[in-house]
Write a protein that binds this ligand. Structure first.
Ligand code: NAP
Length: 308
């Protein structure tokens, strides 16, 4: 696995991150296959692990914390990222709706709970999961400052923010925001044209790509995609990445990842498979530098039309 810098921090991370969303659909899965997936990622050289307070209703952080305690030296070698801000229906009482909450109280409480479940003293990278329609940048900045002063969080970032939302929050924050975690894949090219990647380049932030394989639609198939991903059509893309993959000795998923890695913004794809062999084989993408001609061939297939 090659490595890169978490932008502007001096902290070195693996070129691919491992995402823990799918490791804990239920307690039994988390304790067996979820645990095996985390261990496979660690052994394959992934050092950035992405979580959220809501993944498996907290089970993902718990099982990760157990692995961390059982493997000597792991805590020192990995960076733990987690998120807060999405509150599911029924939290905290039966009739509460699904909503976003970036109030100071919720950020501080959610961070405490994540620290407890992970069993660590500090979260390396704390991200706001989604922009709260009612967010107050000054209030968020104050919460971040409290967490930093208490040593509970080292670095901060956001997820699913527009460049304007990032800039507005950044102006209120005393610390530099380090990442914007957004959905980027051949099936979702918006960040390439809506200013997200240019903004990351300009502000020295690392773009983390969630669902880099469109939940499996750009690979061997999807088990569970988000509602927004059901409309993705990937047949033409698969035809081209299969052809280029064959020529380069790589699989379609490795080419789909190599396509993201080729961008100068330094996109870090977050791998979501729970199958150890797939977690391992994704690493081959970090050794492949796609030719500009192939990159544009794939882009044309993804756009479904020639560039002007
Ligand atoms: P993904 O890598 O696009 O999709 C993974 C899915 O593809 C798995 O169900 C996997 O199934 C399937 N798949 C099929 N063939 C595969 C292959 N050859 N290699 C790898 N996977 C293959 O990513 P994702 O799981 O949707 O998302 C990745 C991470 O992004 C999450 O874990 C989470 O950390 C983060 N995320 C963040 C947000 C946000 O709003 N910030 C939203 C969604 C996700 P198998 O497990 O059976 O291999």
């Amino acid at each position: 696995m090659t490595s890169t810098e978490l932008a502007g921090t001096g902290r070195i991370i693996s070129r691919l991150a491992y995402g823990c969303w799918r490791i804990a659909p239920d307690a039994e899965f988390a304790g067996t296959r979820g645990r095996a997936a985390v261990l496979a990622a660690y052994e394959a050289g992934y050092t950035l692990f992405d979580h959220a307070d809501i993944y498996g209703n907290g089970r993902a952080e718990e099982i990760f914390g157990k692995v961390l305690r059982g493997v000597g030296g792991m805590r020192e070698r990995v960076l733990i990222a987690t998120k807060c801000g999405v509150r599911k229906a029924g939290d905290p009482t039966g009739n509460a709706p699904h909503r976003y909450d970036l109030s100071r109280e919720h950020i501080l409480r959610s961070c405490e709970e994540s620290l407890r479940r992970l069993g660590v003293d500090q979260i390396d990278l704390y991200q706001l999961h989604r922009p709260d329609w009612l967010m107050d940048p000054g209030e968020i900045a104050a919460a971040f400052e409290e967490l930093r002063a208490a040593g509970k969080v080292a670095e901060f970032g956001v997820s699913n923010f527009t460049p304007t939302q990032v800039s507005t929050l950044q102006r209120a924050c005393p610390m530099q925001l380090r990442v914007n975690q957004v959905e980027i894949s051949l099936a979702r090219q918006a960040p390439f044209i809506d200013g997200t990647l240019e903004h990351c380049l300009a502000e020295k932030m690392t773009p983390l790509a969630w669902s880099p394989l469109a939940g499996g639609l750009l690979a061997e198939g999807a088990n569970r995609v988000l509602p927004s991903q059901t409309a993705y059509r990937t047949t033409d893309i698969l035809r081209v990445i299969d052809r280029i993959g064959t020529a380069n000795g790589l699989s379609r998923s490795e080419i789909a990842l190599a396509w993201l890695l080729r961008h100068p913004a330094g996109i870090v794809p977050i791998i979501g498979s729970v199958q150890p062999d797939r977690i391992w084989s994704a690493v081959a993408a970090t050794q492949c530098e796609l030719a500009r001609e192939d990159w544009y061939r794939i882009l044309e297939a993804a756009r479904g039309e020639c560039l002007p």
